[in-house]
Design a protein around this ligand. Structure first.
Ligand code: ZN
Length: 319
């Protein structure tokens, strides 16, 4: 049976100071902090999850704040930009909003027929807004600083540099269910489940770039949606069959994960759509308190002591 993933589940990146990160993603971009937790492998580090109101898979950008790391080395085997979808007609709103808040943007581009506004977050992570009349079905966050009609519609795509994209393309098409849909300016676009915002990946050969290295302002990994643990095991088996080395399934409490390196070196993850972020918090109160996976609860006093307190950005008055 052919195996397939179903689009982007989440992207995890490395930030500097967590308060600066929170102020930008909640205060400026208007995303909801749906989970304030810790890195389950390094529990003295926050793990901050930003998404739509419901934490819908595909809307979720998460961060490990590691201010002591050097800046990212952008290179091959690396996701070099995280584009979000915004509704058609929202570009002007966002240009104005970002300019008023001192966020520098780069010139507007057209990519595969869509209008794109590239910019960066305060720690250098390359982002973009892509205007599209399609987009994920999200639940706009009612308490956002951004009106519902302009809120981001989840991740649009991920863009990877590769030493030899053909190797990654084989994985995408043979195991992960993608099909090639086009080429433009050296970018090769692949889509899964028919493609569309949230279901694209763009690859570009950069033969002379260095190997990418994790650092502040860089993507840590890209997670792909699978329906449930059964489907995750099928895809995992198919990864092993083509010679890759996925981890066993790991319980991340809000979803179940399998990690592997794609042939170019980028860390990929398979993540199940459920159980979801309301497994341990009321949907109305997501992200308000520090939430720990049950097996970390015994260490809560030490963990809380090791984390800097965070202040939620204020709700803006209408302007
Ligand atoms: Zn992840």
């Amino acid at each position: 049976m052919p195996t397939s993933v179903h689009g982007i589940h989440h992207v995890t990146a490395i930030a500097g100071d967590p308060q600066v990160n929170l102020d930008f993603y909640v205060g400026v971009l208007g995303l909801r902090l749906v989970k304030k937790s810790v890195n389950q492998d390094v529990p003295d580090t926050y793990h901050l999850f930003y998404a739509d109101e419901a934490g819908t898979p595909g809307t979720d950008l998460t961060f490990f704040p590691w201010p002591a790391l050097p800046p990212v080395t952008l290179g091959v085997g690396f996701a070099v930009e995280v584009p979000f979808t915004i509704p058609a007609g929202s570009l002007g709103y966002w240009q104005d909003r970002l300019a008023k808040r001192g966020v520098a943007t780069r010139p507007v581009e057209t990519r595969f027929g869509e209008t794109v506004l590239p910019f960066s977050d305060p720690h250098g992570l390359a982002l973009a807004f892509v205007e599209s009349s399609a987009g994920l079905a999200i639940t706009p966050w009612a308490k956002s600083n951004v009106p519902a009609e302009h809120q981001a519609r989840g991740m649009h795509s991920v863009r990877l540099w590769e030493r030899k994209l053909a190797n990654t393309a084989v994985l995408l098409t043979r195991v992960m269910g993608f099909e090639k849909v086009g080429e433009e300016d050296g970018w090769h676009r692949y889509g899964v489940d028919g493609g569309g915002p949230g279901r694209w990946i763009d690859l570009k050969d950069q033969a002379n770039a260095p190997q990418g290295e994790w650092g502040v302002g860089g993507v840590h990994h890209v997670a792909w949606r699978v329906n449930d643990p059964t489907e995750e095991l099928l895809v995992r088996r198919a990864l092993i069959d083509v010679g890759l080395q996925p981890t066993p399934p790991i319980d991340r409490f809000w979803f179940q994960s399998v990690y592997f390196r794609e042939p170019g070196g980028c860390l990929f993850e398979l993540a199940t759509d459920g159980p979801g972020f309301d497994r341990d918090e009321d949907m109305a109160r997501l992200g308000e308190k520090l939430v720990l996976a049950p097996w970390l609860e015994a260490q809560r006093p030490e963990i809380e002591k090791s984390l800097q307190p965070l202040t939620m950005p204020a709700k803006e008055s209408a302007a």
